[in-house]
Write a protein that binds this ligand. Structure first.
Ligand SMILES: Nc1nc2c(c(=O)[nH]1)N[C@H]1C(S)=C(S)[C@@H](COP(=O)(O)OP(=O)(O)OC[C@H]3O[C@@H](n4cnc5c(=O)[nH]c(N)nc54)[C@H](O)[C@@H]3O)O[C@H]1N2
Ligand SMILES: Nc1nc2c(c(=O)[nH]1)N[C@H]1C(S)=C(S)[C@@H](COP(=O)(O)OP(=O)(O)OC[C@H]3O[C@@H](n4cnc5c(=O)[nH]c(N)nc54)[C@H](O)[C@@H]3O)O[C@H]1N2
Ligand code: SF4
Ligand SMILES: [Mo]
Length: 648
């Protein structure tokens, strides 16, 4: 009988659960990946996206060799070349760009395709060595990051949620996007009979499992939060001492919420005034309540107003004083991933480019110097960036040299001059932090890299000498690169003993006086239009654009479906199942209509980050989203407005 070797690893994907897994290896082949049984979050199960992760590693269309473009940008025509050729071309082109335009004409671009320290930061280390442009910004939750940076208590140990008495699932679809957190919801129900209320314009999988669903008009959450505060202040239900101690602008905040009576808010939010009053009273009375927020409502120009309104509300309710209470939107272990990038290798501080605004970075003619060399890893900007048509026009520039590191020939990779094959999580060592709990996880390679794929650490080590970078930092092993991110006192061995290590940061006390917080926001009301607002939430079987090319996940997800309320469908003479086209001034994309009252009227919803290929399912929603960002730099994906017409 073949012996099964079990290798402890973890999921690399951008999800709040950061699961640990055990890879089963038989005859040097991974036969399955199983959730780690004793991990306090994973508890033995992975999710519907990842439970056959080995299929990604062994996919027949996986990129296994370096490629050089042999046709027009975007066409997908490539020829195989050797690693030596590929690395020499990259080094030569980068050196020529530095000589002609300066090192700042080089732009690194990465996000969270893998959350591993090595896969994310090793290549950034190269750019730091060269003095290339730095990168800042967010495509996901810039408002939550901004509030966190200001000192707001935006998270706590999610395992404490078992002691919550009221859980407001506010713009989060937990059962699709971070379902392991539902353990704590179930436990709070069991222990304390906790009530769970979902505030979401869609009746999601999660809403169906809650005690109540409040279908809010999208973009109006800051108004609802203000109105709940209005009720709590008017009825003497607020923790005034706590709020005054925490806020630098408490009087301004009171003045801002004062006009938002439940009656006035009802008109903006599409929720009855009585429901708002009842919600505010229940929220104030629970000891404690938690506001469990997601990213959907952050992705509008009112993203910061939403997040600030929720943080203020949680403090006004005094919930943060209790275990399991307060605002939870994200939390991380004590872990400094960016230390691994070695920013100190740059001699002079270079300019910094916003990773969420690639369209402008590549097409704005006033950029000085213009971006001439681009290296993309762990991001699929041609699909996930706002105004993706503009991004694609930028990527198509003849005077831009682009390198993409990938597992598959994505829409972005099709624009590359050179494509390099990356290892998957089963083929490399890495360490992964988390943004939804306090565990740091280790990932051990289960098998040797397939084909000629390489870890990003290995690519750094091979490219550095060709670029004249000789600091010992560029010869470090993947293990050493990752170790730089660990908190003091935690060693790689601590991670290996179980596969994970809990490193809880201290919980923030907003009244400590250390930082005074801002509670009041600019405008609260949503932007509106006569056309339909397009929401583009996460799909159950894809992880953003990852897996949208995989047969099993595609079959499970079905066709790109546009959900529309029966009233809106009738007004347009459209019927369920009909092929439709979504259109606005930026473009048009196909979908199949799903007429359902699971979406509120006035908005439509298209789940999933589909790829352009194959064309019949090429519902790339960001070809319609506008070049618009919140004041803090969050792409306003959900401020997209469309016309919907029958097709064919
Ligand atoms: N299955 C799956 N899981 C994922 C991902 C995935 O793509 N698929 N992506 C991962 C990533 S990167 C992230 S950031 C997280 C995100 O996790 P979530 O925040 O849960 O994901 P979203 O679907 O973006 O948004 C959550 C909900 O917000 C609602 N919403 C939209 N606009 C509004 C609004 O104006 N007000 C209110 N109240 N609700 C609104 C949407 O209808 C949606 O149900 O999930 C991670 N996990
Ligand atoms: N309209 C609209 N746009 C959105 C969103 C939305 O809800 N609506 N969501 C936004 C959010 S919340 C986020 S976080 C971003 C996500 O944006 P991205 O981080 O770009 O999303 P992904 O599609 O998860 O991953 C990008 C690429 O990483 C690759 N990849 C996966 N695993 C690995 C790996 O181990 N190594 C390497 N090298 N590559 C890997 C995948 O093949 C994929 O092409 O999208 C944003 N864009
Ligand atoms: S995507 Fe999230 S839920 Fe699924 S295995 Fe990875 S960490 Fe766990
Ligand atoms: Mo995200």
């Amino acid at each position: 009988m073949t012996q099964v070797k079990e290798v402890i690893g973890c999921c690399p994907l951008d999800c709040q659960d950061t699961c640990s897994w055990v890879a089963h290896v038989e005859d040097d082949r991974v036969t399955r990946v199983v959730g780690a049984k004793d991990h306090p979050i994973t508890r033995g199960v992975l999710c519907a996206k990842v439970n056959d992760y080995q299929a990604r590693t062994y996919a027949p269309d996986r990129l296994l060799y370096p490629l050089r473009r042999s046709g027009p940008k975007g066409s997908g025509a490539f020829e195989r070349i050797s690693w030596d050729e590929a690395l020499d071309i990259i080094a030569e082109r980068f050196k020529a760009i530095i000589a002609n335009d300066g090192a700042e004409a080089l732009m690194p671009l990465y996000y969270l395709g893998s959350m591993g320290v090595v896969q994310r930061q090793a290549l950034q280390r190269l750019f730091n060595g060269l003095g290339g442009s730095r990168l800042h910004g967010e495509v996901c939750g810039a408002p939550m990051s901004a509030l966190w940076a200001e000192g707001h208590p935006v998270g706590f140990d999610p395992e404490d949620m078992v002691d919550s008495r009221l859980i407001l699932m506010w713009g989060v679809n937990m059962l699709s996007t971070c379902h392991h957190h539902w353990h704590f919801v179930k436990e709070a129900r069991r222990r304390h009979g906790a009530r769970v209320i979902c505030i979401d314009p869609r009746r999601t999988r999660t809403a169906e499992q809650c005690d109540e669903h409040i279908p809010i008009r999208p973009g109006s959450d800051a108004v609802l939060a203000a109105s709940m505060a209005n009720v709590m202040l008017a009825e003497g239900l607020a923790d005034l001492d706590g709020a005054r101690a925490a806020a630098a602008d408490f009087d301004d905040y009171c003045a801002q919420v004062e006009p938002w009576t439940p009656e006035r808010a009802a008109e903006v939010c599409g929720i009855d005034a009585e429901t708002i009053v009842r919600l505010a009273r229940a929220f104030a009375a629970a000891r404690p309540a938690v506001i469990r927020s997601g990213v959907g409502p952050q992705q509008t120009v009112r993203g910061e107003a939403y997040m600030r309104g929720l943080s203020a509300l949680a403090i006004l309710g005094g919930h943060w004083r209790h275990r399991g209470g307060g605002l939870f939107v994200f939390d991380t272990p004590d872990f400094d991933e960016f230390a691994a990038a070695r920013a100190d290798l740059t001699l002079r501080e270079p300019r910094s480019l916003d990773l969420s605004a690639l369209g402008p970075a590549l097409t704005d003619e006033t950029m000085s110097p213009p971006v001439k060399g681009l290296m993309v890893w762990c991001m699929n900007p041609a699909v996930i960036q706002v105004d993706a048509g503009r991004v694609r026009r930028g990527l198509a520039r003849d005077d831009l040299f682009t390198v993409v590191l990938e597992h598959f020939m994505t829409d972005t990779a099709r624009y590359a001059d050179i494509v390099l094959p990356s290892t998957t999580q089963l083929e490399h060592f890495d360490v992964v932090g988390a943004w939804g709990h306090h565990y740091i996880s280790v990932n051990n390679p289960a098998i040797a890299p397939r084909g000629e794929s390489k870890s990003h650490g290995e690519v750094m080590r091979l490219l550095a000498p060709r670029l004249g970078l000789n600091d010992p930092a560029f010869a470090e092993s993947d293990e050493a690169i990752a170790a730089a991110a660990l908190p003091t006192g935690v060693t790689p061995d601590d991670l290996q003993s179980k596969g994970w290590h809990k490193a809880s940061p201290p919980r923030r006390d907003p009244t400590s006086g250390e930082t005074k917080l801002m509670f009041a926001s600019g405008e609260l009301e949503p932007v509106t239009s006569d056309t339909l607002r397009l929401l583009t939430p996460k799909s159950h079987f894809f992880l953003n654009s990852t897996f949208a090319n995989m047969a099993r996940q595609r079959k499970a997800e079905g066709q790109p479906a546009l959900e529309m309320h029966p009233i809106d469908a009738a007004e347009r003479g459209l019927v369920d199942g009909q092929p439709v086209v979504l259109r606005n001034e930026r473009g048009a994309i196909p979908a199949a209509l799903a007429v359902t009252d699971a979406i509120c009227s006035g908005a439509v919803s298209l789940s999933g980050k589909w790829w352009s290929e194959p064309a019949e399912t090429g519902a790339v929603a960001n070809l319609l989203s506008p070049s618009t960002w919140s004041p803090g730099g969050q792409p306003a994906y959900n401020d997209t407005f469309v016309w919907v017409e029958g097709r064919g």
